[in-house]
Ligand binder design. Structure first.
Ligand SMILES: [Zn+2]
Ligand SMILES: [Zn+2]
Length: 400
């Protein structure tokens, strides 16, 4: 069984790839199918287009039917394009720095970084443990899926990437085993660092008292490993105290997560906080070039790249030393690398829905000119990764 979120709370027929996916779509609704592409469409998509309710009522056993993210963002999904070579990226939290609930962030969402990558066979990997992870945990618990193996990849240990961990339902399930993969930022053991997230001063249940079994795996940039059914390639990023990006390959689809990172020209982040741009030594310049080269090598040919685009250009000019990028930096980096789709991610907390709409429109246009599909991440967005992005990019390149 494969679960795909459909559009939420709209009275317009939703059409994706020419396929109606819901006349009156429901909040927190999902479509479940067996992932067989056209056969699945024939059996489920037709009825959904005319009458969601009875169909969804049959899906009471579906794990995601009661707990999808609630921000009113439309999920971009195409059942037609899902097949065995396709992954799905589900965005449970898209915000950077700190959670931003409120009326101005309803559509793009206020939870901090958390992305789930799923295969058609139901294998799952989770990247980052911002507050969006709590929502994923709720969804899993609602579907009695909070047990079993969970692989959690952390880009780094800044607060907006770990705060959801103590609230992740599988952590409190004795049938769960949570494997945490992360870069060790200093000489302290990774287990001890992560343990700090649930210290009693911050949260009543210490990590050692949680019901799940925890495993800790140090990530070494450049050293590939397997997690769940996926091949994972970590690469170093340019961020204060270090961060690591990941390329995930599953089937013949690939997705890269590049967050958090500054660009690779003006300054080199080290293990102290820079008060502003510092003069670059020749060794610093060589290191920046090496970081950029290893990133480009890792993401080359990816179907989808999710990128830290925290700042506008004006904001970046004021805070170049905070370790984040702009959509222009991201586009500049992915252009010409055979990448089909760029996802703007880790939105600054002061960016309202209105501002995000403007950014979205502006960079969709810029992306089109470069043959890259640009998507702005929203909480609740579920993106097929693989066939759809490749075919879209192909259409752009072919001028069709
Ligand atoms: Zn961050
Ligand atoms: Zn950070």
């Amino acid at each position: 069984m494969y679960c795909v979120p459909v559009l939420e709370s709209t009275h317009e027929p939703a059409v994706v790839d020419g396929l109606p996916v819901g006349k009156v779509a429901h909040r927190r609704a999902v479509v479940c199918c067996n992932g067989d592409g056209p056969a699945c469409s024939a059996r489920h998509c037709g009825p959904v287009a005319h009458e969601c309710g009875p169909f969804l009522a049959q899906l009471a056993t579906c794990g995601y039917s009661r707990a999808l993210p609630s921000a009113g963002a439309p999920g971009v999904c195409s059942l037609r394009s899902l097949n065995r070579s396709t992954l799905q990226a589900i965005f449970w939290g898209v915000r950077g720095s700190y959670p931003t609930p409120g009326p101005e962030t309803v559509r793009y969402g206020g939870n901090t970084a958390c992305v789930e990558i799923r295969s058609v066979d139901g294998d799952r990997i989770v990247i980052d443990a911002g507050t969006g992870l709590a929502r994923l945990g709720e969804a899993l618990a609602a579907g009695n899926q909070a047990g079993g193996q969970f692989d959690l990849l952390l880009s780094h240990l800044h607060w907006d990437h770990v705060q959801g961990l103590p609230y992740f339902a599988p952590c409190h399930n004795q049938a769960a085993r949570v494997a945490i993969h992360a870069l060790r930022p200093d000489v302290v053991k990774l287990r001890d660092i992560v343990r700090g997230v649930a210290r009693h001063a911050f949260f009543p249940v210490a990590l050692d008292d949680m019901a799940a079994q925890f495993d800790f795996h140090e990530v070494h940039p450049g050293r590939r490993f397997r997690a769940a059914a996926f091949a994972v390639r970590p690469f170093r990023l340019n961020h204060p105290f270090g961060a690591v990006g990941y390329r995930i390959d599953g089937g013949s689809a690939s997705c890269a997560y590049v967050c958090d990172t500054a660009p690779f020209d003006l300054l080199l982040h080290k293990k102290h906080f820079l008060k502003g741009p510092e003069p670059l030594s020749p060794a610093d310049r060589r290191q920046l070039q090496a970081l950029r080269a290893s990133l480009l090598q890792a993401v080359e040919g990816c179907d989808t790249v999710i990128y830290d685009t925290h700042y506008t250009q004006d904001e970046y000019a004021r805070f170049p030393h905070y370790g984040h990028s702009t959509p222009d930096h991201a586009l500049d980096l992915v252009a010409g690398q055979g990448i089909a789709r760029l996802v703007l991610f880790h939105h600054a907390p002061n960016h309202s829905d209105t501002m995000m709409d403007e950014i979205d429109a502006q960079y969709r246009r810029k992306g089109e000119a470069l043959g890259i599909e640009v998507v702005t991440a929203r909480e609740g967005l579920a993106l097929p990764v693989g066939v759809r992005a490749r075919s879209s990019a192909h259409r752009v390149r072919a001028g069709l």
